[in-house]
Design a protein around this ligand. Structure first.
Ligand code: GDP
Length: 635
């Protein structure tokens, strides 16, 4: 086949083809050169790739949605040409109409343009490329069962590593503090506990580098210890176990190590990988060793930050001070934060007027992993929200407003988390490969049994993973963990109080409790097999008999009825019967007693019903129902 024939087949100019083939290093001289069929196929394939690459690189940025007129300007085409193009695809638009992202991208692709959404100002600022990466101190959170000594350890470290003179008397609420040791510095978050930790993560702030799990040597591993460990594991942060209270006479370090081994945290000296250290927050025994182990672990992680970029940080605490206004404790993550910097912080903004370190000293700048309290924001941000230094006041206001709008939107629409009903579809589409479960049961024995049964469910597409299991009611920390890990919560023979149920609903977390084990297993099995579609449960509410029909100018056809059974409620689902036949299914759109709109009318009373259906007749019967969606259960 000659090159000019091939060009005709592909639909491009033959000179153009020769040029392209030369760039692709095909040995062709001119359009009269010949190639065999196999080479022609390879050329077609390579040209296809080249074409895709060229389009990929030919980026034009726009703000979506874009009007057809504006898109035409961007593509340097006539709007009428784009219109004709769309009509061919049976899509009908006007010039001033906005195109959705998919349609706009589709058109652009035909003109070999890769249309991309313009980055928001905030995204632009975050995109900054690192230039000056340097070591930064690790950020540590302590977690564990209540009373096992988290606060005492934090206090001991703070007091023992900071001299009286340094403190200046008043410590500041920076939400974190830093200790400086010969081998490096360490930043400790001041509010220990896995709930705070996961709540911060839920807000997008994954700031902890290393988790210290505190276990009292006399009491050993408790349910909350396991909970804390699972929260830490889910975050991916390395764990160091501090076995505390070794000064107590009944301390039993070996017992703790044995318990840890049973929950897949095998200590190093038992042949596992987990670093453990015996400490006492009372005598200070082992604390130096703990600090050294933290430094060692941090060195392994090679934690780095860019000290030069406009600062980024996270709010760890914030409060309103009567005299000073909003005070926000910030942990700097990247860059150097300075007095005078303009920043956006959550939905608030302002110029930093003053900055204090954790010892109460005024400071002028804060480098990565350094905690400071800042003054100057126009409001009190929430813990976990992001601080970002911006170039000017306009940017500050714009970004703060956008964040406010986004927050409002989030409040109205709960974020979408995995629902069992969607599992199969998402697995088919390759979106998910694991069904993560948080499992709660009434007693240890049943917990093990349910877990074993769940693990036996055969499934090709999705792997079942138990993120956390525990004995006791479903609690708010389970919901938080489900939120950050996109898990579902399954409870067996356990309760869930109203507050937790509400949090779960607001966050859009699938939470199911069961009393019968095979129902639980059946549901998960059905979800995995894609058989779990919601079922509508309908409860009969009442019946109305149509006595007369009249027409209102505004409301249309209204049926004058008498309620013969139960009650009729506005907005409920209804079936309209003529004889034994249902002739219309809809909703009670309007319901009136005389001229007043009412919510319900009970048996024996007359009312006017509008269904938005105008073929209603005298002697028809309206049955109304209460409908709820319930998950389908396999029998
Ligand atoms: P948290 O709830 O984990 O923060 O525990 P706390 O730090 O409040 O400690 C609970 C109790 O244990 C307090 O009465 C502490 O004084 C005590 N405690 C903490 N650490 C030690 C320790 O190493 N030895 C002894 N004997 N008591 C300790």
């Amino acid at each position: 086949m000659r090159i000019h024939e091939l060009a005709k087949e592909i639909g491009i100019d033959s000179k153009e083809l020769v040029k392209k083939l030369k760039t692709l290093n095909f040995p062709v001289k001119n359009h009269m050169s010949s190639v065999d069929n196999e080479t022609a196929e390879i050329i077609k394939h390579e040209l296809d790739d080249l074409n895709k690459k060229e389009i990929e690189e030919n980026v034009i940025e726009v703000d979506f949605p874009v009007t057809l007129k504006d898109l035409a300007v961007k593509l340097a085409k006539k709007p009428s040409e784009l219109l004709t193009n769309l009509i061919k695809q049976k899509k009908f638009f006007t010039i001033n109409q906005s195109l959705d992202e998919e349609t706009a991208k589709g058109i652009a692709y035909q003109y070999k343009v890769n249309l991309k959404a313009k980055l928001s100002q905030e995204e632009e600022l975050l995109k900054y490329e690192a230039k000056d990466l340097k070591k930064r101190p690790p950020i540590i959170t302590l977690m564990g069962h209540i009373d096992h000594g988290k606060t005492s350890i934090l206090d001991y470290i703070r007091k023992s590593k900071i001299t009286e003179k340094e403190t200046g008397g008043i410590t500041q609420h920076t939400g974190a503090y830093q200790v400086n040791l010969a081998k490096g510095s360490i930043t400790f978050l001041d509010t220990p506990g896995h709930e705070t930790f996961t709540a911060m993560r839920a807000r997008g702030a994954n700031i902890t580098d290393i988790v210290i799990i505190v276990v009292a040597a006399d009491e050993g591993v408790k349910p909350q210890t396991v909970e804390a460990i699972d929260h830490a594991k889910a975050s991916g942060a390395p764990i160091i176990v501090a076995i505390n209270k070794i000064d107590r006479p009944n301390a039993n370090i070996d017992m703790v190590k044995q318990q840890l081994s049973k929950i897949e945290l095998v200590p190093e000296d038992w042949g596992g990988k987990v670093i453990t250290v015996g400490v006492s927050a009372k005598t200070g025994d082992g604390i130096d060793e703990l600090l050294e182990l933290i430094i060692l672990q941090a060195d392994l992680m090679e934690l780095k930050a860019d000290y030069q970029r406009p600062a980024l940080g996270v709010v760890v605490e914030a409060r309103l001070s009567k005299g000073k206004g909003a005070l926000s404790a910030i942990l700097v993550q990247e860059g150097t934060l300075r007095v005078g910097d303009l920043c956006v912080c959550g939905p608030c903004w302002g110029k930093i007027k003053a900055m204090h370190d954790d010892l109460g000293h005024l400071c002028r700048q804060a480098i990565p992993s350094f905690p400071v309290e800042i003054l100057g924001l126009n409001g009190v941000p929430n813990p976990g929200e992001q601080l970002l230094v911006v170039p000017n006041e306009k940017a500050a206001k714009d970004i703060a407003n956008k964040r406010k709008e986004a927050e409002e939107k989030r409040k109205i629409t709960p974020s979408s988390h995995l629902k069992l009903e969607d599992l199969y579809k998402k697995a088919q589409e390759g979106e998910i490969k694991q069904l993560k479960i948080i499992l709660k049961a009434d007693v240890g024995g049943t917990l093990e049994a349910v877990e074993a049964a769940l693990m036996k469910i055969p499934s090709k597409e999705v792997k079942l993973v138990i993120i956390h299991k525990g004995v006791g009611a479903v609690n708010s920390s389970d919901i938080l963990l489900a939120e950050v890990t996109d898990s579902i919560v399954v409870g067996f023979k356990v309760t869930m109080d109203a507050k937790v149920r509400e949090i779960s609903r607001n966050k859009g977390i699938e939470t199911r409790t069961y009393q019968i084990v095979y129902e639980l297993i059946d549901d998960v099995t059905a979800a995995v097999e894609g058989l779990l579609t919601p079922q509508i449960k309908r409860t009969f509410l009442g019946r109305a008999e149509v006595k007369t029909v009249f027409k209102l100018t505004k409301a249309g056809i209204i049926a004058g009825c008498v309620v013969s059974k139960g009650k009729i409620t506005r907005n409920s689902v209804c079936h309209l019967f003529r004889g034994n036949e249902v002739i219309f299914k809809g909703k009670v759109e309007t319901l009136k007693r005389f001229k007043d709109d009412v919510k319900e009318v009970i048996e024996g009373f007359e009312c006017g019903i509008g269904l938005g259906y105008n073929k209603i007749q005298e002697a028809d019967v309206i049955d109304v129902f209460f409908e709820e969606t319930i998950a389908r259960r396999l029998k």
